[in-house]
Design a protein around this ligand. Structure first.
Ligand SMILES: NC(=O)c1ccc[n+]([C@@H]2O[C@H](COP(=O)([O-])OP(=O)(O)OC[C@H]3O[C@@H](n4cnc5c(N)ncnc54)[C@H](O)[C@@H]3O)[C@@H](O)[C@H]2O)c1
Length: 173
């Protein structure tokens, strides 16, 4: 399995717990040092890099397949909170949508064809309670997390009869 943004915080905890349960875990993070550190801690394999861009995801998925064989679980956990209120800039909005939403779309585009062919695969998204309710002060975060939940719902409704399981986790800070 692959956990994105697993160098710190919730992603690190997910990677640690699943490795303890016996999963073979690929630890991804933009922060290469943190990814290496967590991989060493849990007996996983570090693949640092950007898990949001098309190129970054293509490289990550290729390398993870090289290490694991097929990727059976994709844990799309990396997320950011940029900008405050209506002062959030165009760059804040773009970055939030790239990392919190389009990363999931791009990963699904690369993973789903193989999963449909073999009739199995699991796509898990760390969204947020802000994706169901809102986060006061952060429209970029609230809107992008709502979109993450909406995309996961669409993915589940479209592929659940073809062996693909989609789950969304909505933690509250
Ligand atoms: N902490 C909370 O209270 C809370 C609540 C609800 C949801 N969440 C969500 O949980 C997820 C993890 O949050 P966290 O609190 O552990 O955050 P965190 O900042 O501690 O960890 C996020 C990790 O993702 C990495 N990252 C960011 N962009 C990346 C990218 N493009 N490619 C690869 N790695 C990238 C960061 O380097 C960091 O290590 C996020 O999606 C966040 O929105 C967190």
């Amino acid at each position: 399995m692959v956990v994105t943004g697993a160098g710190h915080g919730i992603g690190r905890a997910i990677a640690t717990r699943l490795a303890a349960e016996g999963a073979r875990v690929v630890v991804n993070d933009l922060d290469a040092e943190a990814a290496e550190r967590v991989a060493a801690e849990i007996g996983g394999h570090a693949l640092p890099g950007d898990a949001a861009t098309e190129d970054g995801l293509a490289t990550l998925i290729d390398s993870a397949r090289g290490h694991l064989g097929e990727i059976d679980i994709w844990f799309a956990n990396a997320g950011i909170d940029r900008g405050k209120g209506l002062a959030a800039t165009e760059a804040d909005w773009t970055a939030s949508l790239e990392v919190n939403v389009l990363a999931h779309v791009r990963a699904a585009r690369l993973l789903l064809p193989g999963w449909v062919e073999r009739g199995a695969g699991r796509f898990v998204v760390t969204a947020s309670a802000a994706g169901l309710l809102t986060m006061l002060g952060s429209p970029t975060y609230s809107v992008s997390k709502h979109a993450a939940v909406a995309f996961a719902e669409w993915l589940s409704a479209t592929y659940r009869h073809r062996g693909v399981i989609v789950q969304v986790v909505c933690p509250r800070g």
